[in-house]
Design a protein around this ligand. Structure first.
Ligand code: ASN
Length: 315
């Protein structure tokens, strides 16, 4: 494979992009996004924690991604796909936590053209002890309104460069039920719903098969989860994903057994859960996608210094 890659051409292209006005302005926007979203969360009493890069346990995800792992003294560590389990465990120390968390997901190369996938990206990932889904959705709305409002003010020059008329949405954001939009539009519902709206829209109550085992099932509505995604308007797709979590060992085990994942991969998390973890809710926001949305760029890789496009070699 490496013989077919034209390294000088690849480096030339990146060398030019790194000096382009697009990246120059997009990086200013991203820098403000990091500053103001962190500022907002600090104001709301959150503690910023450091990201976890490797661990024996990580998010199983519900779609295929290759295993990215390292061996160390005979133990296998995986590169973080999301910090979901560590966020939950960190609640033993603090009640409201967030991290800017790098994620590695070895996506298949057929996702190269989506304009939405990278095999390395970062999430603003947060979790709140004892929160309900509705409380965490309120927080998500406030976070987006604050972040977009502040960036609009502080990055007027950048938005002018991108010719971007950024709307700061008003609360409450619209809500649609997963069952309804999936029933109406099928697999492509996310794109379609995102295109239909001029303001962000929540998709709530995913079905069990559509999500990982850690999102909480309604006790009185088997098969449906107390969770949500937020979609950007104008066809930009998913902004955020999260929900309430399963927290009793019994329910976690039951949900794991319903999926195809191997119980062995979650041994450490199960041991911690057996000692007791609090109920919680949280979500993660893809930061490169947020920057892309604010700037109104065609593809997520346009908003990244060193984009890792699925299947492609990159710096
Ligand atoms: N961060 C997401 C959450 O909080 C999980 C994920 O990225 N898969 O639910």
């Amino acid at each position: 494979m490496s013989q077919e890659i034209n390294i000088p051409e690849l480096v030339d292209e990146r060398y030019q992009k790194l000096q382009s006005d697009v990246l120059y302005h997009a990086m200013i926007v991203q820098s403000e996004v990091l500053r103001v979203s962190g500022e907002f969360l600090h104001q709301r009493g959150f503690i910023q924690i450091m990201p976890v890069i490797i661990s024996p346990v990580t998010d199983p995800l519900r779609h295929f991604t290759g295993r990215a792992q390292v061996e160390y003294y005979g133990q296998v560590y995986q590169l973080t796909k999301s910090m979901i389990f560590h966020k939950r465990i960190a609640l033993l120390a603090h009640e409201r936590i967030f991290a800017f968390s790098p994620n590695i997901r070895l996506e298949s190369a057929d996702r190269a053209g989506t304009g939405r996938h990278l095999f390395e990206f970062s999430q603003l990932d947060l979790e709140v002890k004892g929160a309900s889904r509705d409380e965490i959705m309120d927080l998500g709305e406030d976070l987006f309104i604050y972040t977009l409002g502040q960036v609009k003010e502080r990055c007027a020059g950048q938005l002018g460069f991108f010719n971007r008329d950024l709307r700061v949405p008003a609360r409450p954001f619209a809500r649609v039920a997963y069952k309804d939009v999936f029933g109406q539009y099928g697999e492509d519902f996310e794109n379609i719903v995102s295109q239909q709206h001029a303001e962000p829209v929540w998709v709530v109550d995913m079905c069990v098969e559509a999500r990982e085992f850690y999102d909480r099932e309604y006790p009185d509505r088997p098969g449906f989860l107390v969770d949500m995604d937020l979609l950007y308007p104008e066809g930009f797709g998913e902004a955020l994903s999260g929900g309430e979590r399963e927290y009793t060992l019994e329910n976690i085990l039951r949900r794991i057994k319903m999926t195809k994942v191997d119980l062995d991969n979650f041994k450490l998390y199960l041991e911690v859960s057996a000692r007791g973890l609090p109920p919680s809710a949280g979500f993660g926001v893809g930061l490169e996608r947020l920057t892309r949305f604010i700037c109104g760029l065609p593809r997520v890789e346009d908003a990244v210094l060193f984009p890792k496009v699925p299947g492609k070699l990159s710096l």
